[in-house]
Design a protein around this ligand. Structure first.
Ligand code: HEC
Length: 102
């Protein structure tokens, strides 16, 4: 019985970061370069993504991709994502705390 629950727990640990917590790791690493490791950007010209609403984030990424919201870097970045990746990333950032210290 011990063995079984340990196994189940292990599977959950492996499963969560890949799905809800950390979508596409390689892609997120690129976002972090500008938007910060925890979604809090260090550069004042770059917006924080942490704690922003899911709908808002997703809409912005779609708008960058379509060109509705013009921005050179974000247009390039948005083209690296398909719509399901945008949904995962919006979900990821919307769950991060706005203030990592609180
Ligand atoms: C080269 C730096 C850079 C990289 C890399 C980058 N971004 Fe951005 N991002 C920006 C800047 C600058 C803005 C603000 C655009 C503007 O002024 O309209 C922005 C805006 C955004 C916004 C809109 C935020 C808001 O508050 O309106 C989202 C969402 C976003 N980025 C997501 C991402 C994602 C997801 C990635 C990774 C796939 C990424 N960005 C990678 C620089 C970057």
């Amino acid at each position: 019985m011990m063995k079984f629950s340990a196994l189940l727990f292990g599977a959950l640990l492996v499963a969560t970061p890949v799905t809800a917590q950390q979508p596409n790791r390689a892609l997120i690493l690129e976002c972090m370069a500008c938007h910060g490791d925890d979604g809090i950007a260090k550069d004042k010209d770059v917006p924080h993504l942490a704690g922003q609403s899911y709908d808002y984030l997703l809409r912005q990424m779609r708008n960058f991709q379509s060109g509705k919201r013009p921005h050179k870097e974000m247009k390039v970045m948005s083209r690296l994502m398909d719509d399901s990746e945008m949904q995962e990333i919006a979900d990821y950032y919307s769950r991060l705390p706005r203030d990592p210290k609180s």
